[in-house]
Design a binder for this molecule. Structure first.
Ligand SMILES: [Zn+2]
Length: 169
């Protein structure tokens, strides 16, 4: 089932998410829904807080479904390593219509539980490193615009407020 994606300003997007205690049938359904919602958007990643569930889960597929091995489900993920620095344009399904250049690591290693509850580790380089860091941020209530300095962030926030006032956000 495709779930509605929350936009900037919605509560659970801006709070720290909690660890998953056990992989219950509800968690399994949530993961299925997140995968479906990510591909439908389409997006390269989606975190549970973006669908209003304050738990530490994200899904990622930088191949957008073209590579069957591209899909990753990460439950209670943790950084193992972060290296380097890249500057690229970035967007977010919770900030439709906005993009900005964000500083990210070039290589990220994460360990997490898969949907069966087995721990595994994955290395991401380039776009995948960016996606990992972006989704990890979501679990801490951080959106990409929170990484921007003063005026750039202010401009986006002001535009969102204007859109909200006219009921377009
Ligand atoms: Zn995002």
């Amino acid at each position: 089932m495709i779930r509605p994606i929350l936009k900037y300003g919605a509560g659970s997007l801006h709070d720290r998410a909690a660890d998953v205690d056990a992989i219950t049938p509800e968690i399994d359904t949530l993961v299925n829904d997140m995968i479906e919602t990510m591909y439908a958007a389409p997006g390269v990643g989606l975190a549970a807080p973006q669908v209003g569930v304050p738990l530490r889960i994200f899904v990622v597929d930088v191949s957008l479904g073209r590579d069957p091995a591209g899909l990753m489900v990460m439950i209670n993920p943790q950084f193992v390593a972060r290296e380097g620095m890249q500057l690229e344009e970035e967007g977010c399904l919770s900030l439709p219509g906005f993009e900005a250049t964000v500083v990210r690591p070039t290589r990220v290693v994460i360990k997490a539980l898969d949907r069966e509850g087995t721990e595994y580790e994955r290395q991401g380089d380039g776009l995948l490193a960016r996606a990992f860091q972006h989704e990890m941020d979501h679990l801490d209530g951080t959106l990409f615009i929170d990484h921007l300095r003063g005026i750039k962030r202010e401009m986006i926030v002001r535009k969102i407020k204007k859109l909200s006032r006219s009921g377009k956000w």
